[in-house]
Design a binder for this molecule. Structure first.
Ligand SMILES: C[S@@+](CC[C@H](N)C(=O)[O-])C[C@H]1O[C@@H](n2cnc3c(N)ncnc32)[C@H](O)[C@@H]1O
Length: 214
């Protein structure tokens, strides 16, 4: 065990200063970052890399896991969902309904995450079928199976609902499976971004190669 921060942790003053010594010749490096230093929210392995190089590197390791969140009422949870999806190298985050969402919670991770918009749940389901994805609705509704007890499909699209209304009837009707996260307290539901994190990590535990994690 070491007390040194791990590669995905950062302290009070994250980042690195200007590149020390003669500058490296590598197309992945950004000349401005080499000159000025890099304080972005990226793992140390990507320090000084330009955005395109980071995206290309993650693209080579993205999981066949897609996430969708319904955004008919401008849900404030989307930023958190995008950030967690980035951390797990999710293939694409699909946003259904309104195009606008509050990017603050994404902590700039949306710059490295594939995002796709759909006007309706029907359009999302068409896209999932075209991409050969098995659709899984995630909500604690009657008839749902426990996520703790099912094996999620590997090529999967997990759909989450919004605060208030929850998942739409269209999403449930189009899903091959509906799963719920077991709860034990008094609240009727958990925050959608938290639910998305739990569900994504369930997929990671079942399908990801941990040797590829940082
Ligand atoms: C706050 S909940 C919405 C409403 C919820 N169906 C209710 O009865 O209050 C927002 C979204 O978070 C996800 N969610 C929250 N709690 C969950 C749970 N226990 N199991 C699965 N999904 C959950 C679902 O995607 C849901 O649509």
């Amino acid at each position: 065990m070491t007390d040194e921060p791990g590669p995905t942790e950062w302290g009070e003053n994250p980042g690195v200063g200007p590149w020390p010594g003669s500058l490296p010749e590598d197309a992945r490096y950004d000349p401005d970052l080499l000159r000025d230093g890099d304080t972005r929210n990226v793992v140390d392995a990507y320090r000084y890399w330009n955005r395109e190089a980071i995206i290309a590197d993650i693209d080579a390791r993205r999981h066949p896991l897609h996430i969708a969140i319904e955004n008919f009422g401008n849900d404030a949870n989307i930023g958190g969902v995008v950030r967690t999806a980035n951390a797990f190298a999710v293939h694409t985050v699909h946003i259904v309904g309104r195009r606008r969402w509050n990017r603050r919670g994404a902590m700039v991770t949306d710059r490295y995450q594939r995002l796709r918009h759909h006007d309706s749940t029907a359009a999302l389901l068409d896209a999932a079928a075209a991409d050969g994805l098995t659709v899984v609705a995630v909500d604690n509704v009657p008839g749902a199976k426990r996520i703790e007890e099912v094996t999620l499909p590997r090529e999967a699209l997990l759909i989450f609902g919004q605060e208030g209304p929850g998942i739409t009837d269209d999403a449930r009707a189009g899903a091959a499976l509906t799963v719920s996260i077991a709860q034990f307290g008094s609240t009727r539901s958990i925050n959608a971004a938290v639910a998305a994190g739990i569900a994504m990590h369930t997929w990671i535990r079942q399908h990801a190669d941990l040797d590829l994690a940082w």
